[in-house]
Design a protein around this ligand. Structure first.
Ligand code: ASP
Length: 438
């Protein structure tokens, strides 16, 4: 029988109504065997996530303040879910233990992780599945990095002993047994790790949208959903700001070649988006897969006659950045000009020093450093075969009245990145989207 690993996000488990939808989804397919959960998320836009309340408890004890008013809200969240589900489960002892730990200054990560821990106990009881504590099967190295090989071997043997199980997302244990969490949204990563350890056929990531959208819905309402995207394309889009999955979540499944299916808990009939490896996408399809972008960049422009024949020019410029601990994003160059795109945060308060050091190192005829740059990435595996894609991107910008400050095409020809003024960002994204969807 096929094995599917499912991960449900906080909005999919915010209350008993959602738990029921989740249970229907799981029970409708016997191959849905391992379920990874987040902590209960927001029920309404101004509600509180359980994880945020737990972080608050940590801060209150750290500052010598009372936690009761916040901790009671956490207890009520779970008790209401349990009561509305009509199951007989008492978390009384767990609440007491967690409260004592918080009052005794337990670690920040331990406290934050309890949202997932409790939610997994509740869902396991409701489904009649086993509960597997993530601290037993997910491990970190001494330096805090994820220990993928130990995790994979221990977790595989644990999973082999359970036919159906619920596993809390977001955390694991350090070599000394203390709890450590991944970064925020890390349950996506846990789901991917579990899928790899279970040698799953599919990793279903259930959330509150019907898949990966072609463009940020805050910029284009009713954006198209992407049917199929490759891991590489998704990585490009996530890096440039598209928030779909935790940014590390594709790595464990990608090693094992397990596809990810992004699905909507509130619309299980929608097929969602399939994330697959390159060799699994069929021919044809749209020229571009998605558009993403970010604000907050700066552009360093250098000009010098005969720059192209000056050996080591680029190296010297990059050395200045390296010595100032600045990484660069893009490095488009012309014959006698070169520009470097960097994160504005990284060069804040260092602009003068950098300009001086670069001037000393390469004696440019002209140097400028301008903030307020946004980058837009147009991503698509089919761009490599299409003629005129770049032309259409530039035409869309021109038709929207937007001046392009920088152009960069990845060597894989899977993306075209343009740099524009921040105030033109939304306009150009809308322009490019309509150019390629008309
Ligand atoms: N509950 C954690 C958070 O809010 C982890 C997760 O949801 O994946 O970030």
């Amino acid at each position: 029988m096929a094995v599917k690993v499912l991960k449900f996000g906080g909005s999919s488990l915010a209350d008993a109504e959602h738990f029921k939808k989740v249970a229907n989804i799981i029970k409708s397919d016997p191959s849905r065997r391992y379920v990874v959960v987040s902590a209960p998320g927001k029920r309404t836009p101004d509600d509180q996530k359980v994880t945020d309340m737990l972080y608050k408890c940590y801060e209150l004890t750290r500052d010598g303040e009372e936690i009761d008013s916040v901790f009671v809200c956490i207890i009520r969240r779970y008790e209401k879910i349990i009561k509305d589900l009509g199951i007989s489960l008492s978390l009384e002892k767990e609440f007491q233990r967690i409260k004592m730990a918080i009052l005794h200054h337990a670690g920040r990560d331990y406290i934050a992780s309890r949202g997932e821990y409790l939610n997994a106990i509740v869902l396991a009881a409701y489904l009649g599945f086993d509960f597997i504590d993530a601290e037993k099967g997910i491990f970190f190295n001494e330096d805090g990095s994820f220990d993928s090989e130990k995790t994979n071997s221990v977790l595989s043997s644990i999973l082999a002993k359970h036919e159906y199980a619920v596993i809390p997302g977001f955390y694991g244990s350090m070599p000394n047994g203390t709890i450590k969490t991944f970064s925020r949204g890390g349950s996506d990563f846990t789901g991917s790790v579990v899928a790899r350890a279970a040698s799953a056929d599919l990793y279903e990531n259930w959330t509150d949208v019907s898949g990966v959208l072609m463009v940020d819905p805050r910029i284009v309402r009713d954006s198209k959903v992407i049917d199929v995207i490759t891991y590489k394309e998704l990585r490009e889009l996530s890096y440039m700001g598209a928030s779909v999955l935790h940014e590390d979540a594709i790595f464990p499944v990608r090693i094992a070649g397990i596809p990810i299916n992004i699905r909507n808990t509130n619309r299980p009939e929608d097929k969602g988006t399939m994330i697959v490896k390159d060799s699994e996408v069929g021919p044809g399809g749209d020229i571009i897969t998605g558009i993403a972008g970010k604000k907050g960049f700066s552009i360093i422009v250098l000009e010098k006659d005969m720059m192209n024949s000056e050996i080591g020019f680029g190296k010297k410029v990059l050395e200045v950045l390296m010595n100032n601990k600045i990484s660069f994003e893009h490095l488009p160059s012309a014959i006698d000009a070169m520009s470097v795109i960097v994160d504005t945060e990284d060069i804040k308060n260092k602009k003068l020093v950098i300009a001086e050091e670069i001037t000393r190192a390469v004696h440019p005829d002209y140097i400028s450093i301008d903030d307020g740059i946004a980058l837009v990435a147009v991503v698509g595996r089919n761009m490599v075969n299409g003629i005129g894609t770049a032309y259409r991107v530039f035409k869309a910008a021109a038709d929207s009245g937007v001046n392009i400050r920088m152009i960069d095409q990845g060597s894989s020809e899977m993306n075209i990145i343009i740099g524009i003024k921040e105030e033109d960002y939304e306009t150009v994204v809308r322009g490019i989207y309509s150019e390629f969807t008309k």
